[in-house]
Design a protein around this ligand. Structure first.
Ligand code: HEM
Length: 403
């Protein structure tokens, strides 16, 4: 916390431990509640870290997620460059947000996504076969998790396999926070141009095809519910949101098991803990840690604090998921806890659309990985396994392992 009683704490706060939220969040939860912080551009914002308060903000549509509304807080110049681009529905308010989201709801329904499990298992086992055939050491982020999650989301959209490396790289550049703003912007431009061409070609052959883009072209674009450009922007959101996040979560899940061998033993002895284990890793790491920036559209009271129209708000789901009032002993990775009420996928209207898919992918990985490679361990000293400090999405730079 800031040493001077007259100055506001600066946000974001550095993490003392790369795998846990900054300690200040706990202090705010216990002593302060909603706290005024100062952003890099000198402007103030309200920081919410308590579980109940974060849900209250995210569940209230009097807070806007549209970065073009005056007062929307800014995380960094590089993030501004991304938010200045044409918005996908993740940055829209009702009613526009619902119009786009509804077009995709049935695609990500639990039943539909669960039916993808055999395909996901088969991709994962093939990638594992290749990894084992090459022999140790390996970098699980690049050699296993990014290829898996890219192939799954690309399969849904039917994006050619030869282009997976390209969109993985653009996604990585787009979520960097502490770089020249031209870098994430150029990455986004490249992927939009790529998808524009892909969708133009797909439109010529869309009839009778099973992929998501073809279905959207036939059901939404042709009848005039969605423009070609809107589909390009939507496809970019799905492609980006759909692989980088889940791959990072897998890497951090492995990290948690390798650093908590007792928890790995529990899972080995009782595979019925798998579902719990996945929810716990989502809670524990809360990888999309800076997602919920908002601005008040009118005066709103939250937790006894009046937030004035135009005030910027940051609702920290990583804080909420480590609030001791909602999760006992929150800093412990404990796969026996019931963590289902976590908010790692956010809360309210922008709650992650792809969460059923992310869950199925994570369950596929953790049902199999340690079974097929029982001696899996870090290939370098633990201190050399680095978290992605300056990214919008938390993860590991690399995950060097051996067996
Ligand atoms: C572990 C993996 C994942 C995590 C932790 C995660 C987390 C999140 C979070 C926190 C949000 C809210 C963002 C905000 O309020 O600004 C979100 C939104 C979203 N996610 Fe995910 N996500 C994951 C995987 C996926 C996957 C696999 C997809 C599939 C395409 C996906 C698609 C989306 C979409 C489309 C939205 C926007 C929803 C809306 O605004 O209505 N995500 N995700």
């Amino acid at each position: 916390m800031s040493g001077c009683p007259f100055s506001k704490p600066a946000f974001p706060m550095p993490r003392q431990c790369p795998f846990l939220p900054p300690q200040e969040y706990q202090e705010f939860q216990q002593h302060a509640g909603p706290t005024k912080v100062q952003m890099w551009d000198g402007k103030d914002a309200w920081l919410f870290t308590r579980y109940d308060d974060v849900r209250a903000v995210l569940g209230d549509n009097r807070f806007s997620g549209d970065p073009h509304v005056t007062g929307f807080p800014s995380l960094s110049p590089a993030r501004n460059a991304v938010l200045d681009l044409e918005p996908a529905f993740i940055r829209m308010d009702p009613p526009e947000h619902g119009r786009f989201r509804r077009m995709l709801t049935k695609e990500f329904m639990i039943k539909r996504v669960s039916a993808m499990r055999p395909r996901i298992d088969s991709i994962f086992n093939r990638l594992l076969d290749e990894l084992l055939a090459k022999g140790p050491p390996a970098n699980l982020v690049e050699d296993l998790f990014l290829p898996l999650t890219s192939e799954v989301i690309a399969g849904l959209l039917d994006v050619p396999g030869k282009d997976h490396g390209f969109f993985q790289e653009q996604s990585r550049l787009k979520v960097l926070l502490d770089v020249d703003p031209s870098i994430p912007k150029a990455a986004s431009d490249r992927i939009l141009t790529y998808l524009d061409d892909l969708i133009t070609e797909r439109a010529k052959v869309a009839d009778g095809r099973e992929d998501l883009l073809s279905r959207l072209i036939v059901e939404q674009v042709r009848p005039g519910h969605l423009t070609h450009r809107e589909l390009v922007i939507m496809a970019e959101l799905l492609l980006m949101a759909g692989h980088e996040t889940t791959a990072n979560q897998m890497a951090l899940g492995v990290y948690s098991f390798l650093t908590n061998p007792d928890q790995l033993e529990l899972l080995r002895n009782d595979p019925s803990l798998l579902r719990n284990a996945v929810e716990e890793m989502l809670r524990f790491h809360t990888i999309v840690h800076y997602n919920a920036f908002r601005v008040a559209l009118e005066d709103v009271e939250v937790a006894g604090q009046l937030i004035r129209k135009g005030d910027g708000v940051v609702a920290l789901i990583s804080g909420a998921n480590h609030d001791a009032s909602a999760f006992e002993n929150p800093q412990k990775f404990d796969i026996t806890r019931k963590a289902d009420h976590h908010v790692a996928f956010s809360y309210g209207i922008h709650q992650c659309l792809g969460q059923p898919l992310a869950r199925v992918e994570l369950q596929a990985v953790f049902a199999t990985l340690f079974q097929r490679i029982p001696t899996l361990r870090f290939a370098v000293p633990l201190e050399q396994v680095k978290g992605k400090g300056d990214h919008f999405v938390q993860g590991l730079e690399t995950l060097p392992v051996t067996w």
